[in-house]
Ligand binder design. Sequence first.
Ligand SMILES: Nc1nc2c(c(=O)[nH]1)N(C=O)[C@@H](CNc1ccc(C(=O)N[C@@H](CCC(=O)O)C(=O)O)cc1)CN2
Ligand SMILES: Nc1ncnc2c1ncn2[C@@H]1O[C@H](COP(=O)(O)OP(=O)(O)OP(=O)(O)O)[C@@H](O)[C@H]1O
Length: 213
Amino acid sequence: MTQPPKQVKEEKDPALDVSLLERSQLRRHLRQQRGAIEVATKQAWDEAIAARLRAVLLEKRPNHLAVYWPIQSEPALLPCFADLYQQGIALALPIVVAKGQALKFVAWTPGQSMENDAYGIPMPLERETEITPDCILAPCVGFNKANYRLGYGGGFYDRTLALHPEVYSIGIAYELNQSSFALDQYDIALDLILTEASAYSQQDHIESQTRPD
Ligand SMILES: Nc1nc2c(c(=O)[nH]1)N(C=O)[C@@H](CNc1ccc(C(=O)N[C@@H](CCC(=O)O)C(=O)O)cc1)CN2
Ligand SMILES: Nc1ncnc2c1ncn2[C@@H]1O[C@H](COP(=O)(O)OP(=O)(O)OP(=O)(O)O)[C@@H](O)[C@H]1O
């Protein structure tokens, strides 16, 4: 007897139901998908994210904005960061202190001399000035409809946000990184997630949950 085809909702590859994957498999899948974006498409998406981010931050005007140096086909926003710096927003980059610890942040001026950390991520050569950011950009491997984030699995951003609950957190992702996954007890929802197509606000989510209709 022939089986009817398995129904897989909103999934491009019918052999793979993302909602059933473990977090580690899901990370691999999402990283692969992100790595397969065509160069010209990625550039256009990065520009769209940059435009959204610029508008949000010039309105919000954080005192110290923690950015990131793009790795592994994360949205590449270095020109946007340089522009924000020109507009008077002080920047910082994350530093991995050790596995199992929160990130620390050091002041960063675009164009400053850099060296690679243990993961091969560029960090400022001069790391004397430690910063406590009031706004943190967190690149996402995945994110879900309630603004929870999936990263590379080190727990670095979750530990950092747990330590600084007052910080305004902005996830940066592509639409194709939206997914569903089981939450970990330490996962912290981000205040805002920006993609090339949308801005997802945690506040909207809370309000829509509490609205009577
Ligand atoms: N651009 C960027 N910078 C960042 C982060 C990030 O997510 N993106 N981080 C966010 O936390 C911290 C670095 N954390 C990272 C943790 C793991 C891997 C990584 O590629 N791990 C390998 C395994 C390496 C190993 O086990 O030794 C992998 O997953 O394949 C990269 C960055 C701080 N800086
Ligand atoms: N505040 C915390 N205290 C203790 N353990 C934590 C904390 N936050 C995360 N962890 C643990 O760290 C591990 C990795 O967490 P998780 O899977 O959320 O990483 P991630 O968000 O994908 O990674 P990253 O933020 O580094 O990109 C998990 O075992 C998680 O329980």
